[in-house]
Write a protein that binds this ligand. Structure first.
Ligand code: ATR
Length: 275
């Protein structure tokens, strides 16, 4: 049976696009359930608020920053990927227990063309910029796809901690070797928030000597073309923003709750691009 009440929780959650995505599918499929909502949840009252939502009949919750680690900690049962990432973005509130899953890594994998995986990731050098929560999912995913992953972060120690936590046999890239490693990488993804604010320029990499076959990905989808992607495009490189991943991770949550596999149509892509 379909989960009747669903929502995304965050702090703040106001800018989340998840309601547009989930409500598009709820409407398209004609599901007889309440519209997907967005709810602010104070991290300091997390467990209390979750129990309240559960009592009110919410069966499925997406979790966004800064609550993903808290969601992991209150889950009775977690998927293997959540355990690895110590982070949960999909809660299923059942009568007897709370299940936690994380669809970020699989959402990222599903956002990639098979050719990109084959030509640019598997057995290839890949580079992740940033060492926050999103970087964690991406490092995990790239490693699962057989990529040789290294990561660069402004704060080097955080990059080392991330690799150690995921038991990945790699080392952080130091500032002095960043350009050389980037120039020999086949896939580079920006997970830092640099470029999200208007007028902010992502100057972490120099694109001058990046190989023409290198695939450049930025998790940022608003703006649609971040300064990172603009620099790559100006050089003629293949680029992708984070919109498809956002929809793919939502599709995986939708399937967990409603047991329906939804596709990422051009319609939903353009609906979100126009927001
Ligand atoms: P998310 O959950 O989206 O990954 P996060 O956990 O806050 O967000 O991580 C943000 C990442 O962007 C971090 O790697 C951060 O670098 P630090 O670990 O050194 O803080 C990176 N970041 C944010 N602003 C940056 C900037 N101006 N220059 C370089 N990196 C930046």
């Amino acid at each position: 049976m379909a989960t009747d009440r669903t929502a995304v929780i965050g702090f703040p959650v106001d800018h989340s696009l998840s309601p547009i995505i989930h409500n598009h599918w709820i409407k398209e499929l004609g599901l007889d359930i309440k519209p997907y909502e967005k709810i602010n949840v104070d991290p300091n009252k997390f467990e209390e608020q979750i129990n309240k939502l559960k009592a009110e009949g919410y069966g499925g919750l997406n979790v966004t920053v800064p609550l993903k680690e808290l969601a992991f900690s209150i889950s009775d049962e977690t998927s293997s990927v959540s355990k690895k990432l110590r982070s949960v973005n999909t809660l299923s509130l059942n009568f007897e227990k709370i299940d936690g899953d994380n669809t970020d890594a699989v959402g990222f994998i599903n956002s990639l063309d098979e050719k990109t995986i084959e030509n640019n990731i598997t057995n290839k050098k890949t580079l992740v910029l940033g060492a926050g929560g999103s970087a964690r999912s991406l490092v995990y995913a790239l490693n699962e796809l057989g990529g040789h992953v290294r990561l660069f972060n402004r704060t080097l120690e955080k990059a080392q901690i991330l690799l150690d936590d995921l038991s990945i046999n790699s080392s952080p890239v130091g500032a002095e070797e960043l350009d050389d490693y980037a120039n020999s990488s086949s896939f580079i993804v920006n997970t830092t928030s640099l470029g999200q604010k208007a007028g902010e320029h992502n100057n972490i990499l120099r694109f001058e000597n990046i190989e023409m076959e290198t695939f450049i990905y930025d998790l940022i989808y608003n703006p649609k073309r971040s300064s990172f992607l603009e620099q790559a495009e100006a050089k003629g490189l293949k680029v992708q923003n984070g919109l498809r991943m956002l929809i793919e991770q939502a599709a995986c949550s939708f399937q967990i709750w409603h047991e329906i596999k939804v596709g990422v149509s051009e319609e939903i892509m353009s609906l979100l691009e126009s927001v």
